[in-house]
Structure formats: structure tokens, C-alpha cells
Design a protein around this ligand. Structure first.
Ligand SMILES: [Cu+2]
Length: 155
């Protein structure tokens, strides 16, 4: 008579499978994050060891992503900073909203290059690799501009 019990338990895994199927279906197709980078530049640093970098990451997809780290062969470390009031602090990630942008600009979010291999000069390029929570890495050639470069005026 112990052959009755297993039948009753079959109902539970079936319901779980149906739920799992719904969940994976909604995450496919054009709902994914679709990232592109523009307006990248580094003001020629006044320091031999440290520099800042700026860029804009646009997301044309319907799902948000997160910038989780930045690496560069030109520097011993690259960290992501945000500016709150008049002080800056390092953050471990920044969101790239769905159908939105993550903007790095002077006085706001910025990349901080530390332990530079050499001091980047105007006209050179610094290669950085951006790493995200979901999307694949993006390599960016960041041109070095004058120390007082203003992206709004272009000089
Ligand atoms: Cu900083």
C-alpha cells in the first residue's frame, strides 16, 4: 500500500517547472541591456601618478546593467568615483538604467587612474576596459585632451 504516496508528491515539481519556464522567457530577446560608449576623454593630468577620465555609457536596451569595474594597462589601478556635494568617494558599481545613460563628467562621476605607468600627454590615447554585471566587457580608446578641456565647447 505504500505505492500511493509518491503520486501525490509529483504535483509539486510540475508547478515549479511551469514557474521557471515563465521566468526565463521574459529575460530573452530585445529586453537585454544594449550598451554603447561615447564622449570618452582624459584631461592631460598635472600629476605623474594620477589622472581622471570621463565618458558616457548609453543603454538602448530594456534592462538595466551595472558598471562593476574598470581596468587599464596604463595604470596600476582604476577606480570608479562619484561626487557627493564637494567630496568624492569610491563606489563598487554604478547603474546604467534601461533606456538611459550613465554619465561621467567633471564635477560628477569620474574614473580615477592611479599608479600611472607614465604621464599621459595630450594627443595620446589611453585604453580602458569596462566590465559590467551582465553585458560583456567594452574596450574604450580614451583620447588625452588638454588639462582644461571642456567637452561642451570641444576645447
Ligand atoms: Cu575621485
Amino acid at each position: 500500500m505504500n505505492s500511493v504516496k509518491p503520486v501525490r508528491y509529483l504535483a509539486v515539481p510540475t508547478a515549479a517547472l511551469i514557474l521557471a519556464g515563465c521566468g526565463s522567457g521574459s529575460g530573452s530577446g530585445d529586453a537585454k541591456a544594449d550598451l554603447s560608449v561615447s564622449a570618452a576623454y582624459m584631461p592631460q593630468p598635472v600629476s605623474d601618478s594620477m589622472a581622471a577620465g570621463f565618458l558616457t555609457i548609453a543603454n538602448d536596451g530594456g534592462t538595466k546593467d551595472e558598471l562593476t569595474s574598470v581596468t587599464s594597462d596604463a595604470a596600476g589601478s582604476v577606480t570608479v568615483h562619484e561626487t557627493v556635494g564637494s567630496s568624492m568617494r569610491e563606489v563598487t558599481s554604478l547603474a546604467v538604467p534601461a533606456h538611459g545613460r550613465l554619465v561621467f563628467k567633471s564635477g560628477g562621476n569620474h574614473l580615477m587612474f592611479d599608479k600611472l605607468k607614465h604621464r599621459p600627454m595630450q594627443g595620446e590615447k589611453v585604453t580602458v576596459e569596462l566590465h559590467f554585471a551582465d553585458s560583456g566587457p567594452i574596450t574604450v580608446e580614451m583620447p588625452v585632451k588638454s588639462p582644461t578641456y571642456n567637452p561642451e565647447t570641444g576645447h
